[in-house]
Design a protein. Structure first.
Length: 182
């Protein structure tokens, strides 16, 4: 069995797929949540916008500040991780500690749990919203969200991202997915 190539600089196509799926997930998730307006009024739209804001801030601001600053990609010249957030972290955060990188998944309020929450929350919310506010449009949006989630965890993360990551030998998620030996 051939070992996966480790990328110091991910191909642009991989970054586009990863970030594209992330952005679409957050936007569709916010739209699904906003469909709650039928039974909670304007609060549905507000909750949808709050979710979008939370998700984007979590992924594209907090991750570079809390997690990426400790990643090996920040210290490597000309390196680009799958999300490209190491570039943001390199610009704004100095002095991260590589031994802190595995801590990204420790504790209830860990950066990884916030990230998982931002992915799972709209899928979970979409089910009761769909039940109480059925429409073909909402069904298609919720189905799209579910497909995005499954695609992320079944293909994007294990086969496109983590298997090629230089941090896979210290990252707790890579260990859980079994990609360290691939």
């Amino acid at each position: 069995m051939e070992k996966a190539e480790l990328f110091k600089k991910y191909p642009l196509s991989s970054s586009v797929v990863y970030n594209g799926a992330t952005v679409i997930h957050f936007l569709v998730g916010g739209l699904v949540i906003s469909f709650a307006d039928r039974f909670i009024g304007p609060l549905g739209g507000i909750l949808g916008l709050v979710y979008i804001l939370f998700s984007f801030l979590d992924m594209y601001v907090l991750m570079p500040l809390q997690v990426c600053k400790n990643c090996v990609y920040v210290r490597l010249d000309q390196a680009v991780c799958i999300s490209g957030l190491n570039i943001v972290a390199r610009k704004f955060m100095r002095g991260g500690n590589p031994s802190d990188f595995p801590r990204r998944a420790r504790g209830l309020l860990s950066p990884n749990n916030f990230y998982l929450f931002s992915l799972l929350f709209p899928v979970a919310c979409g089910i009761p919203i769909l039940i109480f506010n059925y429409s073909v449009t909402l069904l298609l949006l919720e189905t799209s969200l579910f497909i995005l989630l499954v695609t992320r965890f079944a293909w994007i993360i294990p086969k496109l991202a983590c298997v090629h990551c230089l941090s896979k030998f210290v990252c707790p998620q890579a260990g859980l997915m079994g990609v360290r030996e691939k």
